[in-house]
Design a protein around this ligand. Structure first.
Ligand code: F6R
Length: 254
């Protein structure tokens, strides 16, 4: 596991360097993408680099991690809309090469099977970007007595609905279900980049990276993955134990 601690304002720049490295080594990469506040600095930087002609997604393909169930695509808070507004509309990734689970599908189970088949026939994820929920979820793989390997329908944890209610008019408007790529597909990604920023994530980041590996904290399974890059700002790294901090380069100046 490689841990980078950078100033909050430098997270985007590092995100640009990481994707550029990936696309240089494999221009036709299968990228696993996330939504929420965390990836926004990455996406802003990617848009800027594409605008300057320094980065191209033209040969890449993307699979998003998750989507709310029951929200129309056109809803302002659907992850489909989020991706169009915050990334896809502004870069040269082909529209036909971007996949997001269809939360409007009449048969959600069939949609999960369809999504897994597409992922499998694409050969799996080369480079997976992840945020982390306050309860340790990745994608919408919520803590519990067990985890699911493949894409599945999930009941959102109350904590997750509350955290995401900041984007909706009220808590009641936050969907109760979502479709998420499962833990098996995430852990099969050839490289994983986990990003967290802010003091509110400090405790869960520390537990995920150093605590017991448990289904009650899905992100803890990243400890078992061979190639994880963790990008933290100082606040999110503030609870990491000295043993782990010693293996980092301190706050890096980019
Ligand atoms: C979103 C996703 C979630 C978020 C997590 C953190 O596609 O998969 O796991 O990464 O809920 O959300 P933010 O970044 O808003 O703190």
């Amino acid at each position: 596991m490689e841990i980078h601690i950078v100033q909050t304002a430098a997270i985007g720049q590092l995100g640009g360097e990481l994707i550029a490295r990936q696309l240089r080594s494999k221009p036709d990469s299968i990228l696993g993408l996330a939504t929420g506040s965390t990836p926004i600095p990455f996406y802003k930087e990617w848009i800027s680099l594409v605008g300057k002609g320094e980065l191209s997604f033209a040969r890449a393909r993307s699979f998003n991690l998750d989507e709310y169930a029951g929200l129309p695509r056109s809803h302002s808070q659907s992850y489909w809309t989020f991706m169009q507004e915050n990334l896809l509309r502004h870069i040269d990734l082909q529209a036909s090469a971007t996949e997001i689970p269809n939360g409007e599908a009449a048969d959600l189970q069939a949609e999960c099977v369809r999504y897994d088949r597409m992922l499998e026939s694409a050969g799996g994820i080369d480079w997976q970007l992840l945020g982390i929920g306050h309860n340790g979820h990745i994608g919408f793989n919520e803590p519990g007595p067990s985890l699911t390997a493949g894409t599945h329908v999930v009941e959102l944890a109350e904590e997750t609905r509350q955290a995401n209610s900041r984007f909706f008019d009220s808590l009641d408007d936050v969907p109760r279900q979502a479709i998420t790529v499962g833990m098996g597909s995430i852990l099969k990604a050839r490289e994983i980049v986990l990003v967290a920023q802010g003091e509110g994530k400090a405790d869960i980041v520390s537990q995920a990276l150093t605590g017991p590996v448990t289904t009650e904290l899905p992100a803890s399974f990243l400890q078992l993955h061979a190639k994880v890059t963790v990008v933290l700002d100082e606040a999110a790294a503030s609870k990491l134990p000295a043993s782990l901090l010693g293996s980092t380069r301190g706050v890096e100046q980019l």
